[in-house]
Design a protein around this ligand. Sequence first.
Ligand code: PDD
Length: 287
Amino acid sequence: MQYHVDGELVPASEATVNVRDRGFMYGDGAFETMRVYGGTIFEWSAHADRLQRSCEQLGFADALPPAADLHARIQETLAANDLTEAYTKLSITRGVQPGKLSPDPDVDPTIVVYISELPRGGTDGERVWSGPAALATVDSRQTPDSVLPADAKTHNYLDSILARLELRGSEADEAIVRSVDGALTEGASSNLFFVDDGTVHTPADSLPLLPGITRNVVLELADAAGIETVTGVYEPDRLVDADEVFVTNSTWEIRPVTSVDGRAYEVGPVTRTLQQRFDDRVEKLYD
Ligand code: PDD
């Protein structure tokens, strides 16, 4: 494999960053995880916009190369590895700077494109997940926006990592995280949806959560299918009476949930319809 590090394609074994890189030292960086179908990055402009917003929150958006340049780095990495169906992660950090914690205004970012093969799921293929998800509500809470803006996709993933650690020794493979006020927010690395009486619900992005690119696509697909969507503030007990639950992210796409805190759910018709529409969209737009 070859990865892209600071403008150069390098063999995976030589793809390294400086030990003084602030992304390594402090988590001072932003990233996007993306899916590539048929050689095309799924929802590239939405990912590029979110990366721009993340870098703005971190105060180094001026150092972010134009989206076309970042796009070209990913395309070069795909070509170098002869991949058209892939998982890719684009990271940008504040780089190496003199001094210690205080960020220097002069930023020479470290930019890395990591890639791996990921066969498409879709209408004929196999999903990347081996089965529906089992969720468990965890005790650790979502970092409030006043501490760390949740809509910035930064290298600081410790809240999600601590949430996943709580799953150890259980059957669950995704955590349900709540805000400090107790409202449902999202999964450790996914957005949460439930279906109640034919309506699709998901926590509102006024809550501290990462508004996923897949989440937006799913809300659009539901609208197009004439399925009502509501974004709101929900207490965890709203899931008890839900008819269907599913989670979304760029890698999983739409992943049904068959268990929440040990309670069983069916993979229902709304989830299936949305999965079908998602797969059709991928087949139509990404040959
Ligand atoms: N994670 N919420 C969190 C906390 C996430 O980490 C992610 C994605 C999402 C879904 O976002 P999207 O639909 O844009 O992938 C929601 C990616 C997959 C990751 O962890 O690399």
